[in-house]
Design a protein around this ligand. Sequence first.
Ligand code: HEC
Length: 188
Amino acid sequence: MLKFITPLIACSLFIGTAYADDDLKERAQNSKKVVKEFMGQLKGELQAGMKAGGPINAISVCKDKAPGIAKSLSNKYGWDIARTSLKTRNTSNAPDAWETKVLNEFEARKAKGEAVKPMAYFEAVENNGKKSFRFMKAIPTGEVCLKCHGDNIAPPIKAKLQELYPDDKATGFKLGDIRGAFTITQPM
Ligand code: HEC
């Protein structure tokens, strides 16, 4: 009897793990799509804001529109969707322990030569008995970002940023640096 049962158990364990893997991969794929949606909307708003009134005007896009888009996507999908960074401008975007760990790993992966743009990480985690799927995708620093996150920020922009964000740590970035990451939590 044991002869049959053992492979049966082994087999169902295997199928169980494979199923769990597939589930995580599917969640990661869906997360990537939502990050694209977030990025597309943000880029559109940022470009429109810059066109309408330059970077000073676009600051309000980042201040009001970015959290607004995050909120509307969170409601749409029933997930928690946000942006975070090791060096935040808005302290309410500060990373939690898990996000800090992943952001540090992203820096280590970049240091080893991995490209920033496709860099992502996901994991099923358990917190206080509650299981959730967590996903992060790195955000590279592009040319346009330097106007507000770089080394040589124009004085009027600098002044406005200091007024709005007295604890601003999100300056001094260079082209290609990891500016931060999109972060998604899905209940499981
Ligand atoms: C016009 C100025 C401006 C430009 C250009 C800009 N940002 Fe920002 N960025 C901001 C402001 C203001 C915030 C704070 C938003 C908030 O209050 O949530 C911010 C916040 C962020 C955050 C959230 C984490 C944090 O620091 O609080 C990320 C990530 C980020 N920006 C990435 C980028 C990237 C990538 C680009 C280029 C594609 C970019 N930004 C271009 C002004 C700008």
